[in-house]
Design a protein around this ligand. Structure first.
Ligand SMILES: Cc1cc2nc3c(=O)[nH]c(=O)nc-3n(C[C@H](O)[C@H](O)[C@H](O)COP(=O)(O)O)c2cc1C
Length: 214
């Protein structure tokens, strides 16, 4: 898949790429993704993020077991009974569901994982998350720019203790996302979202924001 350089184009085509080829990804590209990660905003510039790069099939498989268990117990049934989100047809939602199932089965086969972690202390809160997810998004955008696919995943947290033990995280460190990274089987394309007018208010809560047309 071609690389991209226009920032807005990258943003609008960075969608969840769940079908990945097992072909190896050069370390040089992983370095570029990680450098984009640590360029992100973070509270007080304390840089308490830590990133675990995992290629070891045994570790990935050990975590995938919990990722799949969470699908079977929680996520699969929820998908089956949910309506499509704003801006998405039922057919596209069903396609997404199939892709989610595919990633569940093949999570460990992505050639590289980046596990985004934080030295977050005993009581992590919203400030903690706010200091790691900008880095996660930067990495997703960088991967897209380099022609690599990924998806922000957090489902392993439904079995947090077991998954983090399998990842070998020390005390005082928690995982916030696992990014499976690889060359995508499919094409990048535009994300689908609902209209701005339904989620943006102007001056007062509930007053739809109207975009000036020039
Ligand atoms: C907090 C969070 C957790 C997510 N966890 C998962 C996950 O565990 N597995 C997965 O396949 N996708 C996961 N996603 C991806 C979302 O499903 C995806 O961003 C959403 O469906 C929009 O997809 P699109 O960007 O391709 O349009 C997660 C996204 C976020 C922001």
């Amino acid at each position: 898949m071609p690389e991209a350089t226009d920032a807005l184009d990258i943003i609008h085509t960075t969608r969840a790429m769940r079908r990945l080829r097992p072909d190896p990804v050069p370390d040089e590209l992983i370095g570029k993704i990680l450098r984009a990660g640590i360029a992100a905003a973070n509270g007080g510039n304390a840089q308490k993020w830590r990133f675990l790069v995992i290629k070891d099939p045994a570790v990935k498989k050990a975590v995938q077991v919990f990722y799949k268990r969470a699908f079977d117990e929680v996520v699969g049934p929820r998908y089956a009974s949910s309506a499509p989100p704003p801006g998405m047809t039922r057919e596209r939602f069903q396609r997404q569901h199939r892709a989610v199932e595919y990633l569940t089965e093949h999570f460990h086969e992505a050639p590289v994982w980046i596990v985004a972690c934080l030295e977050d202390g005993p009581n992590p809160n919203r400030w903690a998350g706010a200091s790691i997810y900008p880095a996660v998004q930067n990495m997703l955008l960088a991967a897209r720019a380099l022609g690599l696919g990924s998806t922000l995943t957090t489902r392993h947290l439904l079995h947090e203790k077991e998954a983090e033990a399998a990842l070998g995280l020390p005390e005082g460190v928690h995982s916030y996302a696992i990014l499976p990274i690889g060359y995508p089987m499919g094409n990048f394309g535009p994300v689908s979202r609902g209209p701005l007018s339904e989620v943006v208010y102007s001056e007062r809560w509930g007053e739809p924001w109207r975009e000036a047309v020039s």
